[in-house]
Ligand binder design. Structure first.
Ligand SMILES: NC(=O)C1=CN([C@@H]2O[C@H](COP(=O)(O)OP(=O)(O)OC[C@H]3O[C@@H](n4cnc5c(N)ncnc54)[C@H](OP(=O)(O)O)[C@@H]3O)[C@@H](O)[C@H]2O)C=CC1
Ligand SMILES: O=CC(=O)O
Length: 323
């Protein structure tokens, strides 16, 4: 008999065909509405596996899921997993590393460019019909090439950002990471620094660490004040890795030159959020990995992990706390 799995959001037809080959299944097909948590809990009671992107997978959800062996998220970040609860219920938690690295690095580099050269701000200016109202010098930003990039989180994606910066833009690479990465030092001339020193030296500071207890509000008012007044802060990690109020204040006071943010404390960003009224910020809707090319690869990887787990095998991408 095939195992039964539940998928809590729409998936591409190719991925559905793969799941259908191996499992009995049900899909929540509402793209603009999430399944209510109570209903999701009910659905999981009979499931052997599930794909649950964007849900808190915690004790409340996992209680009474006797059959459940695996949950997959279509993301590499898994800060919404309560790994202790997963362990307690003997459920594998999986994610989608590797397949999105280059795609996320592309977007982050777009944010670097926009933050330095004010692309988003100037786009608004031109579209608003204001071109010509001020001298060109009012729009000058900062060069990207041959300047210093500080990467906080030199992991899979951090490396791809370093590659673009070093070989595409001839930048000097500084990094702050829990462990030393001799390979990155060798390949990209990267220099490991303590956080405060990196913040003082970098022209562009990119955050691409996981959200954990240790990285929660890693960048707050004190850290922003260490940065150069010409520096750009790019957050591609998770919103709570920065103190958002402190970032708003630093942008208002021009403590830093600009910020470019893909992730936020509350997503979608509330319509009255102060970031929305600031000039010197580029905002994207948590879309680092989401392209027409990569979305399907991530979905397929999540489905493969789920199918492996539902059949009682160890899935390929179990998160490291549960290996
Ligand atoms: N905006 C978006 O759409 C996307 C955002 N992301 C975010 O990016 C994150 C990173 O992804 P990925 O590169 O694949 O992850 P990796 O695990 O490969 O890299 C994370 C790096 O962060 C380091 N790190 C972890 N904790 C700390 C800490 N407390 N202090 C210093 N360094 C630390 C790790 O160090 P060590 O090697 O020593 O463990 C590791 O090198 C994801 O968790 C996710 O939150 C990812 C994809 C898309
Ligand atoms: O934010 C996206 C991810 O893959 O993590």
């Amino acid at each position: 008999m095939k195992p039964y799995v539940y998928i809590a959001h729409p998936i591409p037809s190719k991925v559905e065909a793969y799941i259908a080959e191996h499992c009995e299944y049900k899909i929540w097909n509402e793209a603009n509405e999430k399944i209510p948590k109570g209903q999701l809990k009910e659905e999981l009671k009979s499931a052997d596996g599930a794909i649950l992107t964007g849900y808190d997978v915690d004790e409340a959800l996992l209680a009474d899921t006797e059959k459940l062996k695996v949950v997959s998220t279509v993301s590499v970040g898994y800060n919404r997993y309560d790994t202790a609860a997963l362990k307690k219920h003997n459920v594998y938690g999986t994610h989608t590393p590797h397949v999105l690295d280059e795609t996320v690095a592309d977007l982050i580099f777009g944010l670097v460019l926009s933050g330095g050269r004010r692309i988003a701000e100037l786009h608004e200016y031109v579209k608003g019909g204001h071109w010509g109202e001020e001298p060109d010098s009012a729009f000058y930003g900062y060069d990207i090439h041959q300047r210093t990039l500080g990467i906080i989180g030199m992991g899979r994606i951090g490396e791809k950002i370093a590659k673009r910066a070093r070989f595409g833009f001839d930048m000097a690479i500084r990094y702050y990471n829990r462990s030393r990465k001799p390979e990155m030092e060798e390949k990209y001339d990267a220099v490991r620094l303590e956080l405060d020193e990196l913040l003082k030296q970098a022209d562009f500071v990119v955050l691409i660490v996981p959200l954990t207890d240790d990285t929660y509000q890693l960048i707050g008012q004190r850290e922003l004040e260490l940065m150069k007044s010409s520096a750009v802060l790019i957050n591609g990690a998770r919103g709570p890795v920065v103190d958002e109020d402190a970032v708003v204040q630093a942008l208002k006071n021009e403590t830093i030159f600009s910020a470019a943010l893909d992730v936020f404390e509350k997503e979608p960003l509330p319509s009255d959020h102060p970031l929305l009224s600031l000039r010197n910020v580029t905002l994207t809707p948590h879309i680092g990995s989401a392209t027409r090319n990569t979305d399907e690869s991530m979905m397929m990887r999540a489905a493969e992990n789920m199918v492996q787990g539902a059949y009682g095998k160890t899935p390929k991408d179990v998160v490291k706390e549960l290996r």
